[in-house]
Design a protein around this ligand. Structure first.
Ligand code: ATP
Ligand code: MG
Length: 572
């Protein structure tokens, strides 16, 4: 491909709104452009990267026995009503009506269509197992589209679904998928960690996420270097250090009111009363629909909203200060679990079992000391707290680390829920009707591309892994008006292309410095410079993007040299 005939709009400056490295570099290298919030155009280089990522995914899915299909983006409401998700999913689903006022939606995932299809096409145990997959557009009205292509409202997903007769067979399908995913991420040169995760709105009995460490990630995982434990912080439970004992004056039990003038935050209260913040309780008011719920965590901990949702069995949102006053007749800073008005449900983090604590008194300017959870107020116990670095690993007790990650893929054991709701059954060997056991597996190709950029770049630009690079070789003739140089460049281009390499030639009449800068930015693994040394010594210069290692190679030896480097870089 020739640069002068291509759309490769590189930029010198970072886009103003970009924070993530991958966002900056993918825009600057001319891979993508944003049409509207979370809606992107893939330009030729971006498209080539996506094609290569998808090719890797397809190969591994086919190797697994997956059969590629295409399901519609536009879907009737009925199947979502049957599964129960039409009402359960909130603003994330794009909904619309057709010309006959029938409810429709844009597919944010395809479990319903799969179960619908299985209900019609699978009859007997002889039809099972099945693996169906697609690489298809998903539409989700994400609350916070951000970080370039990492979280968009329209995106490509490889989604696959397994249909099995029973849970044992599902385990086999699930584990095979897990291996295929490792293969895909390994081939794309993504560093990743497989973690236990929360099945969330998918429901089901088990799930794992594939997490690529990166500062641009929106997820956090807790890991233990000692025993290999790894879990999403949505699920991880560290063993917190014990709270310091309160001073003698505050350790006696029986709630007693003390004045805490102007102390609103945990830090202020702890400082005034001279207690460890871990001896105070953070009382947080959430609303489930219109019903207020009080959630309690230790003063030095933070609450994880997904953990709360799991404990409640429903989504909850933080109450606004006015709503707190309206429901509890107390201000946000003074809310507490003893004698709180308007609260019928209190959920406390397990770390609050045992010991005495300082809590809000539901009266401005005062706190209660000597409060024993479970005795001075009744509550349900649950795991609510965000795992913190340094807390004990739940498996081995050694300190946990917490790191930011990009979720590049996930796998779920769905079980029979969708099959039951949509009537996807089969007849077993005894002629008995049984629900099909499903699994669901997703990968975001754009997140693979962006995670690769996050993990493989330097100050000058992207360093594409060989397997997903938009081109393999970037030819830079220095003097495009020099006929001999151009002829040599074209000969190299023909030789490389003929051998199966993808070649980009920068045939612009630009200064060498400009072309080199763009080559570094775009990040093609091998750059070949055809300049003065060709006429003088009969050599061209081959440079590896990753290591910047340069070598002079006779023009006739270019193909062999490229083959050798390609092999070292992991060409399959
Ligand atoms: P997240 O927790 O990041 O919102 P998710 O759990 O909603 O992800 P799934 O519905 O399981 O994700 O989708 C499967 C895969 O699709 C994800 O692992 C991710 O790679 C990709 N993906 C999900 N949402 C987006 C998005 N908004 N933009 C780009 N890729 C996405
Ligand atoms: Mg999501």
């Amino acid at each position: 491909m020739r640069w002068t005939r291509s759309l490769i709009p590189t930029l010198r400056e970072d886009p103003a709104d970009a924070e993530a490295v991958s966002h900056k570099l993918m825009v600057r290298a001319g891979l993508v452009r944003q049409l509207a919030a979370g809606i992107y155009v893939y330009l030729p280089l971006g498209q080539r990267v996506m094609d290569r990522v998808n090719a890797v995914i397809r190969e591994e899915m086919n190797r697994l026995g997956g059969q590629e299909i295409t399901m519609p983006v536009l879907q009737p409401a009925e199947i979502w009503q049957q599964s129960g998700r039409w009402d359960k999913i909130g603003g994330e689903m794009f909904r619309l009506k057709d010309r006959n006022q029938r409810d429709m939606c844009l597919g944010m995932t395809h479990e319903e269509v799969i179960a619908w299809l299985a209900a019609r096409e699978i009859r007997s145990y002889r039809d099972l197992p099945q693996i169906w997959y697609q690489i298809q557009t998903k539409e989700r009205d994400e609350a916070r589209p951000r970080s370039g292509v990492l979280r968009t409202r329209e995106f490509l997903m490889k989604d696959s679904y397994t249909l099995d007769p029973d849970a044992t067979a599902l385990d086999v399908s699930y584990n095979a998928h897990k291996r295929a995913y490792c293969q895909i991420f390994d081939r794309c040169r993504i560093r990743y960690i497989v973690v236990d995760s929360d099945p969330g709105m998918m429901g089901g009995s088990g799930s794992h996420e594939f997490m690529a460490p990166s500062a641009a990630g929106e997820d956090e995982i807790a890991t233990c270097a000692a025993c290999g434990y790894a879990a999403n912080v949505e699920l991880a439970r560290g063993v917190p250090a014990a709270a310091a004992l309160p001073p003698a004056s505050l350790s006696e039990t029986g709630p007693r009111e003390v004045a805490t003038p102007n102390a609103r935050t945990i830090a202020e209260v702890a400082a005034q009363l001279k207690v460890d913040p871990a001896r105070t309780i953070k009382s947080l008011v959430f609303l489930v629909g219109d019903t207020p719920v009080l959630a309690l965590v230790r003063g030095d901990h933070n609450l994880h909203e997904r953990k709360l949702a799991r404990a409640l069995g429903a989504e909850a949102r933080t109450a606004h200060p006015e709503e707190v006053v309206k429901h509890l007749e107390a201000s946000v800073g003074s809310v507490g679990p003893v004698g709180s008005k308007g609260i019928t449900r209190i959920i406390a983090d397990e770390s609050l079992k045992g010991g005495v604590y300082v809590v809000g008194a539901n009266r401005d300017g005062f706190h209660l000391v000597g409060v024993t959870p479970g005795k001075d107020f009744t509550c349900e116990w649950a795991d609510l707290q965000v795992a913190l670095p340094g807390e004990g690993c739940p498996k081995c007790g050694k300190p946990l680390a917490v790191e930011r990650v990009i979720e590049v893929g996930n796998i779920f054991k769905l079980g029979t829920r969708y099959a039951e709701m949509l009537g996807a059954t089969y007849l077993d060997e005894q002629g008995q009707q049984k629900p099909i056991v499903m699994g669901s597996y997703g990968i975001g190709p754009a997140r693979i591309a962006a995670a690769a950029v996050e993990q493989h770049h330097d100050a000058d630009g992207i360093i594409w892994p060989w397997s997903i690079a938009p081109f393999h070789v970037h030819l830079v003739p220095i003097a495009v008006k020099d006929a001999a140089q151009m002829a040599a460049t074209e000969a190299i281009e023909r030789a490389l292309t003929g051998a199966g390499f993808d070649v980009l030639m920068d045939d612009r009449d630009e200064r060498a410095g400009v072309k080199f800068k763009d080559a570094d930015l775009v990040g093609v693994p091998i750059r070949i410079t055809i300049g003065n040394a060709l006429a003088k010594e009969g050599v061209v210069e081959i440079r590896e993007r990753a290591t910047r290692a340069e070598r002079k190679v006779p023009r006739d030896a270019v193909l062999d040299a490229v083959r050798e480097i390609a092999k070292a870089l992991g060409m399959a």
